[in-house]
Design a protein around this ligand. Structure first.
Ligand code: NAI
Ligand code: SOE
Length: 389
């Protein structure tokens, strides 16, 4: 009999929806499942919101008290899908209670806070994961496979972007993502860290950065309500405008520990771009390029391709590729955001079943936060900054 694991999910917003859906769907894709997630209890800031989450996302119970829930003996897994300012408190309490933890990105509001979480999970000896799901896109995992197999040789250059436009409008409201005390930083922590995670996954540790950091919209109208509606709510209401204390955009050069170089750009102010996560990697024997907005496709060029057929070609991810046996039976049927979360859930529950830490775990989340710290410091000083080891 496959064992069941009871999940307490803290937070019922955008990520609450994505994670709840993955708990329901994971065993349908990956069968036999490593363990069956049971949607036991969902927590939000009020009883009413939590109950709405219970009904909508299929949980058995709801609560407005995460402190009590994470201590319950019948809870095996704590899933943290709240804004960034509560990640540390919830994770540390859950670790002390001996629960396995999956925490949304960014792990924390900087390296120092992330370190307190890493120390807690190490001490507790539980399984931990940080939810950088884009590396779970099969085409991205295939890029890593090609790199590990040496198909593009030694990596020379990584060019990564994460461009969105949902906050380009200066009247896009000041949700929690624009408040340093809640979010920690702006585009750097929110979306830049996804690219840092991809860079670490595909190339290796980032050693040094030289960043330009900008805040274009210095004030935004206050947003009411608990959810960040990602620019979709409350425009032109005459709401009070409040100062923005986080960055809108970061552009940086990168030096990797093993000698590769690269660049990273992240902004939520790039009109026309939606979830434009891209990377292009050049090696001594070929190149790989990926665009999340065409996420079934990996562009590859191998230097030993016949001279009359040189150029990028498209590989569509499918059954022959990473996670292919669990996903859809024909390439290009369509990988979506949901599939990245289903795969993430599969890897997390596999880690619990095997007792081996998954990747990215809190150690990875902590290292990514150190890169984010360096980006902020470099943006302020105008100098190259070494990433704290
Ligand atoms: P959201 O604004 O849509 O929802 C947050 C939810 O948490 C709301 O229901 C809110 O009432 C609840 N909440 C806030 N404080 C709470 C507390 N102390 N206890 C219980 N519930 C609380 O936010 P969203 O977009 O779901 O973001 C949550 C986290 O997920 C963030 O860390 C964010 O960076 C991350 N995220 C990751 C994504 C990814 O692709 N991996 C995508 C979107 C968000
Ligand atoms: C908003 O920029 C956001 O929801 C991020 O918080 C997520 O991490 C990203 O995956 C989608 O966009």
């Amino acid at each position: 009999m496959t064992r069941t694991l009871n999940v307490a999910m803290i937070g019922g917003g955008f990520m609450g929806k994505a994670h709840a859906m993955a708990y329901a769907a994971m065993p349908m894709f990956f069968w036999p499942a490593p363990a069956i997630p049971v949607r036991k209890v969902v927590v939000d800031i009020t009883e009413a919101l939590a109950d709405e989450g219970r009904r909508r996302y299929g949980f058995e119970e709801s609560s407005a008290d995460w402190r009590a829930v994470v201590k319950r003996p019948d809870i095996d897994v704590v899933d943290i899908v709240t804004p960034n300012d509560s990640h540390a408190a919830i994770a540390i309490a859950a670790a002390e209670a001996g629960k396995h933890i999956i925490c949304e990105k960014p792990l924390a509001r900087g390296g120092d806070e992330a370190k307190t979480m890493l120390d807690a999970v190490k001490k507790a000896g539980i399984i931990h994961m940080v939810a950088f799901n884009y590396r779970r896109t099969p085409a991205v995992a295939l890029a890593r496979q090609y790199i590990e197999e040496g198909r593009i040789g030694k990596i020379l250059n990584f060019r990564g972007t994460y461009l969105q436009d949902w906050s380009a409008d200066p009247d896009s409201p000041l949700s929690w993502r624009f408040q340093k005390k809640i979010a920690g930083s702006g585009s750097i922590g929110d979306i830049g860290t996804h690219v840092v995670d991809l860079a670490r996954y595909l190339v290796g540790e980032i050693a040094e950065v030289s960043a330009l950091v900008r805040t274009y919209n210095k004030t935004r109208p206050v947003q009411h309500g608990n959810l960040d509606k990602l620019g979709a709510a409350e425009r032109n209401t005459g709401a009070e405008r409040v100062e923005v204390d986080v960055d809108d955009e970061v552009v940086t050069l990168l030096k990797f520990a093993d000698g590769a170089i690269g660049s990273l750009e992240a902004t939520r102010n790039a009109y026309g771009r939606n979830n434009f996560i891209t990377f292009e990697i050049h090696g001594t024997k070929g190149s790989i390029a990926f665009n999340y907005e065409r996420r079934d496709e990996l562009q590859v060029m191998f230097a030993d391709d016949p001279a009359d057929a040189r150029g990028f070609r498209t590989v569509y991810s499918g059954p022959a590729h990473p996670y292919g046996s669990g996903l859809w039976p024909i390439p290009a049927l369509g990988i979506g955001y949901s599939e990245t979360k289903i795969v993430e859930c599969f890897d997390f529950f596999s880690a619990i079943a095997s007792g081996k830490q998954p990747s990215p775990n809190f150690e990875d989340g902590y290292k990514t936060e150190r890169v984010a710290d360096a980006l902020i410091e470099s943006g302020e000083s105008g100098h190259w900054v070494k990433v704290r080891p």
